[in-house]
Write a protein that binds this ligand. Structure first.
Ligand SMILES: Nc1ncnc2c1ncn2[C@@H]1O[C@H](COP(=O)(O)OP(=O)(O)O)[C@@H](O)[C@H]1O
Ligand SMILES: [Mg+2]
Length: 640
């Protein structure tokens, strides 16, 4: 299917008007509001006129030059102005454009209050929608119709030529070749009670999402619990997936799945994302589970990562501080770099000292009870002079068991004063010395310190079976266009928070680095729920989530956030959110916040009243106004 402007020819303007959907006469119009005279009989013939219904007003008889687009906002009282009343009276006597003729009973008449959404007109053969009305003085007495089917689809999927050009430009920049990808996610829906009309699927107008609106943009999915936010997110994931597949473009998606609903098919939902795209989905959990990768790192292999995790945990906890612990926290486990060493010899010396430090750290982990990876051996080079002083019978380069390594460090400590370099300095460098202190629970003055015991509570953060950094691995999946689901429904909340942030930071850092280096960062869409906790109004804007929300777009990071607490979202993030999909909210405070944006105010009452699942009011970057849509239930079969 192509976009509406292409779907319709020059006579489109006339075609928007469907004669059999006449509902009344335009009584009065100004820049903002319109008054429409209608009758029960006309309304019934056109299928009813629910609140928020789109209406079109056009002159009778002649080919229209312009057509006004209205939205019903409620019923209106008979106006006080005698002139207007007289005019309305004369309209009552006119024969309708189509539909039931004959005399209409006086009591059947009523007035509709409408908002003016804009004016459709043709320019250079293109359908255009101006957001204001110019000629309103002449419009009294124009016929008003309720658009349906193709005409309604043209209205709700309308893209201005400017927006279309901008979208194409954007698509080109994003690497999407061909026509703009867009997908139906639901059908126009006005009222909560629409039993009759919704049972006629042929008459429903499809609402399409333009994928370009979502890539490298911000999207809010708002609504109370169980109003269909997660279902909407699944639709978005599937739209993005299909966009990527259609354009042969890799678009990574990562879902922070707090409730485990995207990872697993359960009884309540028909399908999980993992079930629909099994080959392209990787699931992670915080502890080993069949079918899932673990989110954790192997502390014996990803030294710097593991150490930074420990640092975060210790700094976040209330552990008694000591000089050795402080020194441990500020330790740097960056490997020596050949480029920055003055000579090969210097590099080898630094590498040997680094390996020794790492071995002392690993021995410390072992003593604290961290499980060794299978087949792990301690192996590090020690120059013969030193080696022979420590224990001539043991060469650590040949491989030591954990127990042997710990004993070797004990011996080092016993004769430490004798272990000096050719320049007279201690052979044991300060960091390594601190690690040995912690390993042996003894400070430089010979006093007792808790040492390795401080690391014991964090054993569960270590994954003995993993061979690469989990953040690198996840980023790699995203670069390859995979869907990564972080199932955060199980595991310790503190750990969950830390890992979530660390992964987010890694994604931002890598994508920003690519951007800053003048490369094309990969396309990544990040989905988070309970967003008020992450981008809340009391969060510092420098935190990782606000930074992604604010600046991620540069680095091609799209951010989709779901919450029921609109008022808790940081105002500067909500204000910069290009797409808003709002479902039922239960109080005026939240609605008030939303009503500040676009024409959501028109829907304030219905958003509170109607609790229907998946009944969304949608404003995307492309749509000039809010469109009420019943979002389709995520259908695994169709998505496949
Ligand atoms: N558009 C929809 N049409 C039909 N059923 C839906 C729709 N959206 C959600 N549901 C169903 O309603 C329930 C709650 O939806 P969910 O998306 O989990 O809500 P939330 O994430 O807001 O708590 C689920 O069982 C889901 O399958
Ligand atoms: Mg949910």
């Amino acid at each position: 299917m192509s976009h509406p402007p292409e779907r319709f020819s020059r006579t489109l303007l006339a075609r928007l008007i469907q004669a059999d959907r006449f509902i009344g006469w335009l009584g009065q119009l100004d820049f903002e509001r319109a008054l429409v005279l209608t009758s029960d009989a006309w309304k019934v013939a056109a299928g009813g006129v629910p609140p928020h219904c789109f209406l079109l007003a056009a002159p009778v008889g002649a080919e229209p030059v312009e057509i006004f687009l209205l939205r019903v906002t409620g019923a209106a009282e008979v106006p006080a102005d005698p002139e207007l009343r007289a005019k309305l009276e004369t309209f009552k006597g006119r024969s309708p454009v189509a539909g039931p003729g004959g005399t209409v009973e006086e009591f059947q008449f009523g007035l509709l209050q409408c908002r003016v959404l804009g004016t459709f007109y043709l320019q250079a053969g293109q359908l255009r929608l101006g957001s204001d009305v110019e000629n309103y003085a002449v419009a009294a007495g124009w016929a008003v119709h309720r658009p349906g089917g193709a005409a309604l689809e043209a209205i709700v999927n309308y893209l201005s030529p400017e927006r279309l050009a901008a979208s194409r430009e954007e698509a080109r920049r994003l690497g999407l070749a061909g026509d703009l990808p867009h997908f139906s996610i639901g059908t126009v829906r006005y009222a909560s009670t629409e039993r009759r009309r919704r049972s006629e699927p042929a008459g429903l107008a499809e609402f399409h999402l333009n994928a370009v609106d979502f890539l490298a943009r911000r999207t809010a999915v708002l609504g109370m619990t169980r109003t269909g936010k997660s279902n909407t997110v699944k639709q978005l994931v599937s739209v993005v997936k299909r966009t990527g597949a259609g354009a042969q473009l890799k678009i990574g998606q990562i879902i922070y799945d707090l409730n485990g609903e995207y990872a697993n098919a359960n009884q309540q939902d028909q399908g999980s994302i993992a079930g629909v795209f099994p080959a392209d989905t990787v699931r992670y959990r915080m502890f080993p589970t069949p079918g899932f990768e673990v989110i954790l790192n192997n502390f014996f292999r990803q030294i710097a990562e593991g150490h930074s995790t420990l640092r975060g945990l210790i700094e976040g906890g209330k552990l008694p501080r000591s000089a050795d612990l402080e020194a441990f926290l500020t330790m740097d486990f960056t490997e020596p770099d050949k480029e920055t060493c003055s000579s090969d010899y210097e590099f080898q010396r630094q590498a040997a000292m680094f390996n020794l430090k790492v071995a002392a750290y690993q021995a410390l982990l072992v003593r604290a009870g961290y499980e060794l990876p299978a087949g792990f051996k301690f192996a590090f080079e020690v120059q013969p002079g030193i080696r022979n002083k420590v224990n001539p019978a043991v060469d650590p380069a040949n491989g030591l068991t954990a127990q042997q390594a710990i004993e070797w460090f004990q011996l080092v400590r016993q004769i430490q004063d004798e272990l000096v370099t050719s320049t007279g300095k201690s052979w044991v460098e300060p960091d390594t010395n601190v690690l040995i202190n912690l390993l042996l629970q003894e400070n430089d003055q010979g006093g007792y310190i808790p040492g390795y015991r401080l690391l014991q509570p964090f054993k569960d953060y270590h994954a003995p079976n993993r061979s690469t950094d989990v953040c690198d691995e996840i980023y790699h999946h995203l670069v390859n266009g995979r869907i990564v689901i972080l199932d955060l429904s199980v595991g310790d909340p503190v750990q969950r928070e830390r890992l979530s942030k660390r992964i987010a930071r890694h994604i931002l850092r890598n994508s920003m680095a690519a951007f800053n280096a003048g490369q094309h960062p990969p396309h990544i869409v990040i989905y988070v729920e309970e967003a008020h906790n992450l981008v809340g109004r009391h969060e510092p804007l420098t935190g990782i989530w606000p930074t992604i929300a604010k600046e991620g777009a540069k680095a091609r990071l799209a951010f989709v956030y779901a919450t029921q607490e609109v008022s808790s979202i940081h105002p500067s993030i909500l204000a910069n959110t290009e797409n808003i999909l709002a479902m039922h909210l239960n109080n005026h405070h939240e609605i008030g916040e939303l009503a500040k944006y676009y024409d959501f105010g028109d829907f304030a009452a219905s958003l509170i009243r109607a609790q229907d699942v998946g009944f969304a009011r949608i404003k995307t970057l492309s749509n000039p106004f809010v469109i009420p849509v019943q979002i389709n239930r995520f259908d695994p079969e169709q998505a496949k």
